[in-house]
Design a protein around this ligand. Structure first.
Ligand SMILES: CC(C)(COP(=O)(O)OP(=O)(O)OC[C@H]1O[C@@H](n2cnc3c(N)ncnc32)[C@H](O)[C@@H]1OP(=O)(O)O)[C@@H](O)C(=O)NCCC(=O)NCCS
Length: 194
C-alpha cells in the first residue's frame, strides 16, 4: 500500500516536471509572463495569438484527478495588443480555453473547471451580409477573486463574475453575476446566494 502511494506520487511529480519543462519554453513561447513563482503544470499549456498572457504567483494548470480530453491541454489565446491575466493561486483545470479579443482578467484564488470556455467576442457579425467580413462585438470579461466555474460552462463577452460567485456545470453565462451568487443553466440565472 505504501509502495503504491509512493509510486503514484512519484508519477505525478514526474509528469509535473515534464510538463513544466516542455510546455513553458516550447509551447508558451515568449508570450507567457510569470510575475511570481513559477506556475505548476499538470497538463501542457499553449499560448496562441500574439497578445500577452500574464500569470500571478503559483497559478496551477491542469488537474491530475479531473476529466480530461487528450492531453488536457489548456489553451490561452490573446489577440495582438490584448492581455489575458490570471491571478495568484488560480487553478485552470484540464482543457480550459480562453479566447481574448478585448481582454480577459481572471482574479486570484479562482477555480476554473475542466473544459470551461471563456470568450470575449462573438467572432462574427450578426447580419448575414457582414458575417464573414466582421468579427462582431467584443467586450472584456472580468472574473473577480475566488470564483468557482463548474465543468464545461461558457462565459461570453462583457460578463463580470462577482467575487465569490459560482457558475454551475454546463451553464452559458451571458450577463454579469453579482458577488456571492450561484448561477446555473442556459442562459445562467441565479439559483441562490452565499
Ligand atoms: C451549481 C451547483 C454547485 C449548485 O449546487 P446546489 O446548490 O446543490 O444546487 P441544487 O442541486 O440544489 O439545485 C438547485 C436548482 O438549480 C438547478 N441546477 C443546479 N445546477 C445546475 C446546472 N449546472 N445547470 C442547470 N441547472 C442547475 C437544479 O436543477 C435546481 O433546480 P430546481 O430548484 O428547479 O429543482 C452544482 O449544481 C454544480 O453545477 N456543480 C458544479 C460541479 C462541477 O462542475 N464540478 C467540477 C469541478 S471544478
Amino acid at each position: 500500500m505504501f509502495l503504491h502511494e509512493f509510486v503514484t506520487r512519484l508519477g505525478r511529480w514526474y509528469r509535473r516536471q515534464r510538463c513544466s519543462l516542455l510546455s513553458l519554453p516550447a509551447r508558451a513561447g515568449g508570450r507567457l509572463n510569470c510575475t511570481g513563482a513559477r506556475p505548476v503544470f499538470m497538463v501542457p499549456l499553449s499560448c496562441g495569438g500574439s497578445g500577452q498572457v500574464i500569470f500571478g504567483d503559483r497559478v496551477i494548470v491542469g488537474y491530475d484527478g479531473g476529466a480530461r480530453l487528450g492531453t488536457g491541454e489548456v489553451r490561452l489565446q490573446a489577440a495582438t495588443g490584448v492581455i489575458i491575466r490570471v491571478g495568484a493561486r488560480t487553478h485552470l483545470s484540464n482543457n480550459v480555453q480562453v479566447l481574448a479579443s478585448a481582454g480577459v482578467d481572471i482574479g486570484a484564488d479562482c477555480l476554473i473547471g475542466d473544459a470551461v470556455l471563456i470568450m470575449d467576442a462573438d467572432g462574427h457579425a450578426l447580419a448575414p451580409e457582414l458575417r464573414r467580413q466582421s468579427a462582431g462585438l467584443s467586450a472584456v470579461v472580468t472574473i473577480e477573486d475566488n470564483v468557482w466555474i463548474g465543468s464545461r460552462a461558457i462565459i461570453l463577452k462583457g460578463v463580470t463574475l462577482g467575487a465569490g460567485c459560482v457558475v454551475g456545470a454546463g451553464s452559458v453565462v451571458t450577463r454579469s453575476v453579482p458577488p456571492r451568487t450561484v448561477v446555473a443553466g442556459n442562459p445562467a440565472r441565479p439559483i441562490r446566494t452565499l
